[in-house]
Write a protein that binds this ligand. Structure first.
Ligand code: SF4
Length: 149
């Protein structure tokens, strides 16, 4: 299975979810929020096509602490490939950033992730003070695996 990616952040980040996280930016976004800082990730045809298992091996070699954030673009545009990737990285602590609502995240993905940031970026609600979100309407949370079923 293939996945279209934008990039993998060169150094781990303290700003993209709890911990010291390697960040995978997936290519393609179907939301196109006004004021988006990452417009180069909108057009999926401009992404780099990668085979999921080969990408998983690269992430293993680049992410020794196994803390990975998947961002975009909009990862849920390629939900099947994301599911395959996080299944191969089953021993990783995964954080998923989506602009969609939590109710739109497939349950099988929710079951495999630890943290979720959800909601679209809204320019006039932009915040520099709330951790791990770009606008105050967005929610960042640890997934409760008991009640998310
Ligand atoms: S969901 Fe993210 S990448 Fe997509 S337009 Fe909104 S802010 Fe940009």
């Amino acid at each position: 299975m293939d996945i279209y990616i934008n990039s993998i952040l060169k150094n781990p980040s303290l700003c993209d979810g709890t911990g010291y996280r390697t960040v995978l930016f997936v290519q393609g976004c179907d939301l196109q929020c006004k004021g988006c800082q990452n417009q180069s990730a909108w057009d999926i045809t401009k992404g780099v096509k990668r085979e999921v298992s080969e990408l998983a091996e690269e992430i293993r070699s680049r992410c020794p602490n196994k803390e990975l954030t998947i961002s975009g673009g909009e990862p849920l545009m390629q939900a099947d490939a994301i599911y395959s990737l996080i299944t191969l990285l089953n021993d990783f602590d995964i954080c998923l950033y989506t602009g969609h609502d939590k109710s739109e995240v497939p349950q099988k993905i929710l079951d495999k992730i630890r943290y979720l940031k959800y909601g679209p970026f809204i320019e006039n609600l932009k915040t520099m003070t709330m951790p791990f979100v770009g606008s105050s309407n967005q929610v960042y949370e640890e997934v409760d695996h008991e009640t998310s079923k």
